[in-house]
Write a protein that binds this ligand. Structure first.
Ligand code: PLP
Length: 366
């Protein structure tokens, strides 16, 4: 048991900015003269209304979201969006849609879409163990596809799009799962029809899912769509159709404010690039003691998977790191090895400490 905060390299739920946690702590009991905690407020009262409106306004500023897009604060995780996307964008389960499979998450999205559309996996990185993003000119897109779905950052495999493909069908839209790189860098929202993200990596606690959707895609959901998955219901009710995850939305709002205070997403990206470079350099310059399997040009700034030349040392690596207050470095059970998630809120000092530990560990075992 630790009496101090650890460097938490978890993939999600993940570390949050200390300043945000302290601020939430300071107003946990009484929120700004309201006489109660945010957890106790009516979601229809003026206090909560001011919280959700400010959260949305700050997110719009951060991502420069165009005015013809809606921002929805939903529940059910990104996993629920795997179904909501085809249910809302396709007119029937017979409609074709395209998926690019770059890792476990896009694969899960593809499988769920089979229930509500006719998805076509136009590219899969599986034969190469999900270490690549395809070249866009090689993609065989279906000219009738209603949308092209990508996972902008594969949390488990550590591959991240640096540029985005364009749907072949001029009436189709690009849909992106941005769960694990949401608000980690500027994004041109107008390139996308739908962006969705679970909050629990970069922007808040689990329980909030953010959807940014172009308004013309709202309103023609398939008949079987449950109300809770119908974007029109949520858009018409400003995300207050039913009881929203109020406390989570409040926390996301504090994070958005903090990101604006840090100078916005261009500044945030700069720091993320610096942190990732330090870690990837340490891996690449270890003479093979550590290895990152991901193709260099598409390595994630957020999730850094790496293996040890001597896999028998993995358990000791994790144990020794924990002794130095660095936790959650074990890779996902499906791929093994190590993974360091270094989201926005991971301080530079945490990455520097990890790199210095890695060097010492190597020296001890070389
Ligand atoms: N998509 C990506 C890229 C993820 O990293 C995750 C969760 O880790 C999910 C989807 C699933 O999200 P949730 O657990 O919020 O449903």
């Amino acid at each position: 048991h630790s009496q101090e905060r650890l460097f938490n390299f978890a993939a999600g739920p993940a570390t949050l900015p200390e300043s945000v946690l302290r601020r939430a702590q300071s107003e946990l009991f009484l929120w700004r003269g309201s006489g109660m905690s945010v957890m106790e407020m009516s979601h229809r009262g003026k206090d909560f209304k001011s919280i959700i409106e400010k959260a949305e306004a700050d997110l719009r500023t951060l991502l420069q979201i165009p005015s013809d897009y809606s921002v929805l604060f939903l529940q059910g995780g990104a996993t629920t969006q795997f179904a909501a996307v085809p249910l809302n964008v396709c007119r029937s389960a017979a409609d074709p849609v395209d998926y690019i499979l770059t890792g476990s998450w896009s694969d899960k999205a593809f499988k769920e879409a089979q229930k509500y559309s006719k998805p076509n996996a136009i590219w899969s990185g599986k034969p190469e163990k999900y270490t690549k993003i395809p070249s866009f000119s090689d993609l065989q897109q279906n000219p009738d596809a209603k949308y092209l779905h990508i996972c902008a950052n594969e949390t488990i495999h550590g591959v991240e799009y640096k540029t985005y493909p364009t749907p072949l069908n001029p009436d189709a839209v690009l849909v992106a799962d941005m769960s694990s790189n949401f608000c980690s860098k500027p994004v041109d929202v107008s390139r996308f029809g739908i962006i969705y993200a679970g909050a629990q990596k970069n922007v808040g606690p689990s329980g909030v899912t953010i959807v940014i959707i172009r308004n013309d895609l709202i309103g023609e959901a398939q008949e079987i769509t449950p109300v809770m998955l119908d974007y029109k219901i949520h858009a018409d009710n400003n995300s207050l159709y039913n009881t929203p995850p109020c406390f989570g939305i409040y926390m996301c709002g504090l994070v958005f404010e903090d990101l604006l205070d840090q100078g916005g997403l261009a500044q945030v990206e700069k720091r993320n690039v610096e942190k990732a470079q330090i870690l990837y350099n340490a891996i690449d310059r270890s003479n093979g003691f550590y290895r990152c399997p991901v193709e260099k040009s598409v390595r994630s700034l957020m999730n850094v998977p790496f293996t040890l030349e001597k896999p028998e040392l993995e358990a000791e690596f994790i144990k020794e790191a924990a002794k130095e207050n660095m936790v959650q470095l074990k890779g996902h059970r499906s791929v093994g090895g190590m993974r360091a998630s270094i989201y926005n809120a991971m301080p530079l000092a945490g990455v520097q400490k990890l790199v210095s530990f890695m060097k010492d560990f190597q020296a001890k075992h070389a």
